[in-house]
Design a protein around this ligand. Structure first.
Ligand code: GAP
Length: 434
């Protein structure tokens, strides 16, 4: 697998990911997504939303607020239990997650370490002009809670019956003790989460179905499946709300680590919100109105940023072509930032007369780049490096035969296609499932 520095460098050079606040010297573990990174993330999220919300009658979407009533985080257990044990070096004052340490002294300076103490990972802030410690609010550390506290609203405003789910994409924030490994562990990140409500007796079967769905989705994204592994998380490592968790781990260049998670949360969340809020959150069986109960929850959860990192690593390939190294990102056409690049051979009016209408036509259906700079060979290389599956070259013969050359990224094959058939050709190549 490619090393992480090579990916960081390519991602910066080609406009996927920049260091955050770079002109001020950066901010540790903050990253900005550039033009291609923003598009790639959007494509991942759109595909997820299409599959999870738009193409399933049993799941509805939600877009909850980041700031929630602080009682939510009391009820969810995050105020009391969402912490990592931390040790601090008495000499250099570096802080470490106690679980990550395999020495009894500071890995940085060798100084002695404090006893472990709990460090809550939630970012605290306040509402209004005065910092009043009695009324803190928190930046949400997971998107999940908005789906639990809106359970009754969704039930009352949709025709959903068990089993059904609520899905959400949004930012989450954690004051991680040891962020790092590029965009793997950051303080601000985005999650795509599903809370799937089931009859308590059916959780085992539903859990397995979701585990399989997550693997299929990994395949559809184009992740390196050989690098993906299920890890049955033992009880002492599970989050406070979980009765069973499978981590989907990925072989990152810095080790095998959690990419996504699948948790069985039982009725932990609905029960605690019912108690703390005093509001009934029970479900009434439509076949038997005397049967009221709290549904149990299966939660498939995925980080957008980690997905993007796994995708960049999976897509990255090098090969030797005519004695030169070619770098190519093999994104699926559905996810590639650009699907088509329109490349007139030269900046000449007779080529522009063909190119501009073609770009106007194609860009209505496909994500199109347009590039007139440098040699055609260099332009192909650039498009390979950003993963564009099809390059369309308009040359001087095009003026005569009204045809263009279409080059396929992976096989590098070239075909001549009449101008008026280009849109159909691209459509035939980029099938909805590709
Ligand atoms: N609602 C359940 C939940 O939040 P989690 O395992 O703590 O579970 C879910 O987080 C996913 O969010 C992870 O599998 C990972 O993809 C992503 N994630 C968690 N912490 C992250 C961080 N600090 N930086 C980037 N992604 C993170």
């Amino acid at each position: 697998m490619v090393d992480i520095d090579t990916v960081i460098s390519l991602a910066k050079q080609r406009g996927f990911i920049y260091p955050g606040s770079e002109i001020y010297g950066g901010l540790a573990n903050a990253w900005d997504y550039g033009p291609l990174g923003a598009q790639l993330r959007f494509n991942i999220k759109r595909l997820w939303w299409q599959q999870v919300v738009e193409q399933r009658p049993d799941i509805v979407g939600l877009d909850g607020a980041i700031l929630m009533n602080p009682k939510v985080w009391q009820a969810s257990g995050h105020v009391d239990t969402f912490h990592d044990p931390m040790k601090e070096c008495q000499a250099c004052h570096r802080r470490y997650r106690a679980n990550d340490l395999d020495t009894s002294n500071c890995p940085n300076c060798g100084g002695s370490l404090s006893a472990p103490r709990d460090f809550n990972l939630m970012f605290k802030t306040w509402i209004g002009p005065v910092a009043d410690s009695t009324t803190p609010v928190y930046l949400r550390p997971e998107t999940a809670q908005a789906m639990f506290v809106n359970f009754r609203n969704v039930l009352n405003t949709t025709r959903q019956r068990l089993p059904f789910g609520i899905a959400q994409i949004g930012k989450a924030f954690r004051n991680e003790i040891t962020p790092g490994n590029y965009i793997f562990r950051t303080l601000e990140f985005e999650q795509m989460e599903i809370e799937y409500f089931v009859e308590p007796a059916n959780w085992v079967e539903q859990f397995e179905q979701w585990a399989q769905w997550m693997e299929q989705w990994a395949q559809q994204l184009g992740l390196d499946i050989a690098a993906l592994h299920r890890y049955e998380v033992p009880a002492d490592e599970r989050a406070h709300y979980s009765q069973r968790t499978i981590d989907f781990e990925f072989d990152f260049p810095f080790g095998r680590k959690e990419l996504w998670g699948l948790a069985y949360r039982g009725d932990f969340d609905l029960r605690n919100h019912q108690i703390q809020s005093g509001e009934k959150l029970e479900y009434t069986d439509p076949m038997d109105p005397t049967k009221k109960f709290l549904p149990h929850i299966i939660e498939p959860t995925m980080g957008v940023d980690r997905t993007m990192l796994a995708l960049l690593l999976s897509a990255y390939h090098t090969e030797t072509v005519n004695g030169e190294t070619r770098v190519v990102l093999r994104f699926t056409p559905q996810l590639a930032p650009y699907q088509v690049a329109v490349l007139p051979l030269a900046r000449k009016p007779e080529l522009a007369a063909l190119t501009e209408p073609l770009y106007q036509q194609l860009s209505k259906r496909w994500r199109c780049d347009f590039d007139t700079t440098q040699s055609i060979g260099k332009r192909y290389r650039r498009q390979d490096e950003i993963g564009t599956p099809y390059c369309i070259t308009i040359d001087f013969d095009s003026v005569i035969d009204h045809a263009v050359t279409i080059r396929q990224r992976d096989a590098m094959t070239q075909v001549r296609v009449p101008l008026n058939q280009v849109d159909q050709y691209v459509h035939d190549q980029i099938t909805p499932t590709s």
